[in-house]
Design a protein around this ligand. Structure first.
Ligand code: 4NP
Length: 157
């Protein structure tokens, strides 16, 4: 195993609702496990570049003790496929868009976030942007379950 920490990028559409919560959940799970992981998130779209997370995502994270208000949205780029070991898409559309963007020779292994949660394989983390507050709680429970399993998987790599 190399000394370089494993790196994980979460990608959703806007990088203001779901992937910032996935980033926060993995930061927390990695810290709890004492595992050094380089973690970031990005969006396939560019509408919210430079903006903070949706206030409903900030509130959901705070309910679980994590302040994500300083996160800033960015758009995924072809370079990310060279930089990150893993790129985890929040839904199937994001995964398809990532496959289109992947440059030849990229090292990143792509996966769907809920493929890391037994029983939810193949499912999308539904976009809570247009829905109610309970959607953000569902997002949190899904991304935190995936984060715990990713930590276990990466600790044994
Ligand atoms: P996210 O949610 O992909 O979970 O960050 C969205 C946020 C904004 C938009 C779409 C999805 N939007 O169309 O502006």
């Amino acid at each position: 195993m190399s000394d370089k920490p494993v790196s994980v990028l979460f990608v959703c559409l806007g990088n203001i609702c779901r992937s910032p919560l996935a980033e926060a959940a993995l930061r927390e799970a990695a810290e709890a496990a004492g595992l050094n992981i380089e973690i970031d998130s990005a969006g396939t779209g560019n509408w919210h570049v430079g903006k903070g997370p949706d206030p409903r995502s900030c509130a959901a994270a705070l309910r679980h003790g994590i302040d994500i208000s300083a996160y800033r949205a960015r758009q995924v780029s072809p370079d990310d496929f060279l930089r990150f070991d893993r790129i985890v898409a929040l839904d199937a559309r994001n995964l398809a868009d990532l496959r289109q963007l992947a440059p030849p020779g990229g090292k990143a292994r792509l996966s769907l976030l809920l493929d890391h949660v037994p029983g939810l394989e193949g499912r999308d983390v539904e976009d809570p942007y247009y829905g109610g507050l309970d959607g953000f709680e569902t997002t949190w429970s899904q991304v935190s379950a995936a984060a715990r399993n990713l930590v276990a998987e990466l600790a044994g790599r």
